[in-house]
Write a protein that binds this ligand. Structure first.
Ligand SMILES: Nc1ncnc2c1ncn2[C@@H]1O[C@H](COP(=O)(O)OP(=O)(O)O)[C@@H](O)[C@H]1O
Ligand SMILES: [Mg+2]
Length: 399
């Protein structure tokens, strides 16, 4: 019985050649539309190769603009260019959010070079041992610290300070180059002036992708992941338009993958715009934690108030007055001082720009001050929005 099911499933038609090529961790053969940024990185790292002087760079950009994949591709080329010149330079990429503690990060680094017991060394000692190893073997390291902003928010700057200073203290200036990766530059403010300025000198800012760029990225990936001719051009255009609102290639590729899965479920041999629309309805891009995570604390609180108000009232719209009341309650719950009416209005405007809320002016009052503004959430179940926001706010209060 199970064998039959197994064989039946394997015999099923599929639109995919290799769906794994659409998964977030896959590093594609080529990056499109990032030549200029790649060139900028190369210029920054020229002295690391030519004069063996460690470099520091900060790569910034919102979710899905290719920060991680650009760093990986650059690291590959950097190591290869060094090797060609008889220099040993390793590239190591560490996701700081996933690893979390400073100890785990330094342990991962040290494990590349040394066999050390899992306990008994402080992060600083682990770094010192790794640096000694590099010295001894005349080797160099380019270390990418991905999602560093989250890490510093949680753990403070000590680890970064040790890394930027380790070379100086050991007289080994330049063994370790750093590629910091963050959503924006604001985390630098929590660092001391010297560290701030080293990074601020070399910032490679990745802008959000346009719909055209997203279509190019998808088309390149379609060739790797799908059978020839199954993905309709309109499907790619539609997904590109949806994802362009956030400029997010990760979202585009996820929607493409889901659209393909939906086509497979139906047993059809074409991935159509209707599959893309259904995929979007599954993902609710407006309320993904990545999208909501870009909002400020009080923007999140205001949205949570709105979601609750809409859920409890069971109506499609809420009025500004109702929202203000709900917002004050939410602020109290999270121990925050409510902001002014005008500020609250600003939060709503920003949420509207991000597509999370719809504002409708029903009264004649001045824009923004009218009590007759109705606020709603576009085609997203408010319970989904509420749940995501509560999770985000909880994670925030732990940080
Ligand atoms: N220019 C590009 N060309 C091809 N694929 C890309 C490009 N930019 C991003 N991607 C893909 O989009 C997804 C998101 O990119 P990622 O590097 O994870 O973004 P970020 O780290 O900025 O959130 C990944 O699957 C990545 O391979
Ligand atoms: Mg990333």
């Amino acid at each position: 019985m199970f064998r039959e099911i197994f064989e039946e499933e394997l015999a099923r038609k599929t639109v995919f050649k290799d769906p794994g090529k659409l998964l977030p961790d896959y590093v594609p053969k080529a990056l499109v539309h990032r030549d200029e940024e790649f060139r900028q990185l190369t210029r920054v790292f020229r002295p690391a190769i030519e004069s063996r002087v460690g470099q520091r760079v900060l790569i910034t950009g919102s979710v899905g603009v290719g920060k991680t994949v650009l760093a990986m591709k650059f690291g590959e080329e950097l190591a290869a260019a060094a090797k060609k010149r008889d220099m040993r330079l390793d590239f190591i990429h560490i996701n700081c959010r996933k690893q979390r503690s400073p100890h785990m990060i330094m342990q991962e680094l040290a494990n590349r070079y040394l066999k050390l017991p899992p306990r008994g060394f402080s992060p600083e000692e682990l770094l010192k041992e790794s640096t000694r190893w590099l010295e001894k073997h005349d080797a160099y390291l380019a270390l990418a610290l991905d999602e560093l902003d989250f890490f510093i928010q949680q753990n403070g700057p000590d680890l970064l300070y040790s890394l930027t200073r380790s070379g100086e203290e050991l007289g080994a200036l330049g063994r370790i180059s750093l590629l910091a990766i963050a959503r924006d530059q604001s985390f630098l403010r929590s660092l001391d002036a010297a560290t701030q300025s080293t990074f601020m000198h070399n910032v490679v800012q990745l802008d959000r992708y346009s719909a055209e760029q997203l279509a190019d990225i998808m088309n390149a990936r379609v060739k790797e992941a799908f059978k020839v001719g199954v993905v309709e051009d309109d499907t790619v255009s539609l997904i590109a338009d949806i994802a362009a609102r956030w400029g997010d290639a990760r979202l585009a590729l996820e929607l493409l993958w889901r659209a393909g899965m939906l086509a497979d479920n139906e047993g059809t041999s074409a991935v159509t715009p209707e599959h893309a629309r259904k995929a979007k309805a599954e993902v609710h891009p407006e309320v993904r934690k990545e999208a909501l995570g870009e909002l400020q604390l009080h923007e999140q609180l205001a949205l949570l108030a709105l979601a609750r108000r809409l859920r409890i009232s069971e109506r499609a719209y809420a009025l500004t007055g109702e929202l203000e009341t709900a917002y004050r309650v939410v602020c109290e719950e999270y121990g925050e001082k409510p902001r002014s009416h005008t500020q609250l209005w600003g939060y709503l405007k920003r949420a509207e720009e991000l597509g999370v809320v719809d504002l409708r002016f029903t009264g004649k009052g001045r824009r923004g001050l009218s009590q007759k503004i109705s606020i709603s959430v576009p085609d997203v179940p408010v319970a989904v929005l509420e749940g995501e926001l509560e999770r985000l706010l909880k994670a925030r209060s732990k940080a």
